[in-house]
Design a protein around this ligand. Sequence first.
Ligand code: PEP
Length: 254
Amino acid sequence: MRQYIIAGNWKMNKTVSESVALAEGIVEATKDIKKTEVVIAPTYLAAAKVADVIKGSNVKLAVQDVHWKDQGAFTGKVSVDMVKEIGAEYIIIGHSEQRQYFHETEETVNLKVKKTLEAGLKPIICIGETLDERNGGKLETVLSTQVKGAFQDVSAEDAAKCVLAYEPVWAIGTGVVATDEQAEDTQKYVRSVVAEIYGEAIANGMRIQYGGSMKPDNAQGLLAQANIDGGLIGGAALKPDTFFAIIKAAEEAL
Ligand code: PEP
């Protein structure tokens, strides 16, 4: 049985004081959550303060990206050790906004995945197709390339620590959500690619989140699908009540 994982990606939203307030609201809302893993990813700037707020709670810390080098002349970047020191457990890697606007490639995703695992942290690896790719019959090729690229030279033991997030690019921040069936069919395919690389046991144990306009009113249907093990949430993660409603849907789907 795979444990649901609901992660909030705050993107470039919330000042430090707003982040602290949001984290406090989420800690309070989730105090009775028993089964679902709850993760929040504030900005780097707010991450250390948010880490203090969530200490001892049901909420875990993620960051939204990382560099694959240990240290040095990489202006604007943050290393895995810096993230680890403040208590982050997860790192979001390969988000479509990183791929689209900041030159993220299969190679840099792979370098970041390996660095994260080396440090004992867990990657949330984002994959997903554009609408043109889906409509052009390239869905499977795109996803298979992304999955295989991310896991290049990653051992089965390490792969088992990773979470995948299937996020159709056309659904992120658009309000257009994949249908339950589209998401399920695609995630089933993604799992089959993992099985091709690592075998059925690792594939069946790997958690695959859905991301892309997941909201309280569509979460229940999506989370009821056999191959959807949680959500990576953008907009709806920015308020304790909408984020909690999705967590509750996961808790009740178990
Ligand atoms: C995301 O940022 O990964 C995301 C899925 O955003 P939204 O929920 O706003 O579509």
